[in-house]
Write a protein that binds this ligand. Structure first.
Ligand SMILES: [Zn+2]
Length: 248
């Protein structure tokens, strides 16, 4: 079977019995031998093929690769491959945690792309980007104000909401998601202020605790509460930034 990737239509071939294990492709290849993915990078398709044969998604260390993982997620979402979505999600989360990525991931063009190219549900990568955006604003607010109640007051000020509205202009669902996340973050702040003996670190969406299902699966899309533990890959390479921009 042939897959053509990106606008340049780079060609990949894959065994029929490998790809047609998945319903979406069984249907897609019923009468055709070629499928086109114009919206995703050739690297994302090569990662997809590695997943088909090995069942895993590897972590990378470049910003380019981060964008390829986003493309892979979009491909997985479009072809209803939940396990691939979840494994790609873990990789994006692990990359963000390992390299301390924040603005590289909450880049508005990237968030909007994910909202435009995935199905309308508040889960998986959409949910992660919303949580990370709220976390990013949270950190920015804390840098400017003293911690404690003083930091809570400007949290959702009219100015902040207005800037958020401008920021997310044509995507009200992003605005609503971020505000909803702030509610949770705000309650953490208040608890720390008024019940100091319960003081906890404010939640960072990039951190995943593999020992708790609620943490491990927080950004997963699978339905069953089965054990989907992924051993986080480890390597010591450095993160490499790039200037790649999305062209819509
Ligand atoms: Zn899970």
């Amino acid at each position: 079977m042939t897959i053509l990737a990106g606008t340049e239509e780079k060609k990949f071939t894959v065994h029929k019995d490998i790809i047609c294990r998945f319903d979406y492709f069984q249907e897609a290849f019923r009468h055709e031998s070629t499928i086109l993915f114009p919206d995703v990078s050739p690297t994302a398709v090569s990662l997809f093929i590695v997943y088909l044969y090995k069942g895993s998604v590897a972590m990378g260390n470049t910003e380019e690769y981060l964008h390829d993982l986003v493309d892979l997620y979009i491909l997985a979402d479009g072809s209803e491959m939940v396990d691939l979505k979840d494994k790609t999600m873990d990789c994006i989360q692990d990359m963000s945690a390992k390299y301390g990525l924040l603005e590289e991931v909450t880049n508005l063009e990237l968030v909007k792309r994910v909202y435009d190219k995935t199905h309308a549900k508040y889960e998986g990568l959409r949910k992660y980007l919303i949580h990370l955006t709220a976390f990013e604003h949270d950190a920015a607010i804390k840098d400017l104000t003293p911690r404690g109640a003083e930091a809570v007051i400007p949290y959702l000020s009219a100015e902040y909401l207005e800037s958020l509205r401008n920021y997310t202009k044509d995507h009200p669902e992003i605005l609503l998601g971020v505000v909803k996340c702030h509610q949770f973050r705000l309650s953490d702040e208040l608890r720390n202020k008024f019940v100091p003996e319960m003081k906890e670190d404010i939640y960072d969406p990039r951190e995943r605790d593999e020992s708790y299902l609620s943490s491990r699966c927080f950004f997963h899309c699978h339905r069953k509460r089965t054990d989907c533990r992924e051993v986080p890959p480890s390597d010591d390479a450095l993160f490499v930034a790039s200037e790649r921009l999305y062209v819509e």
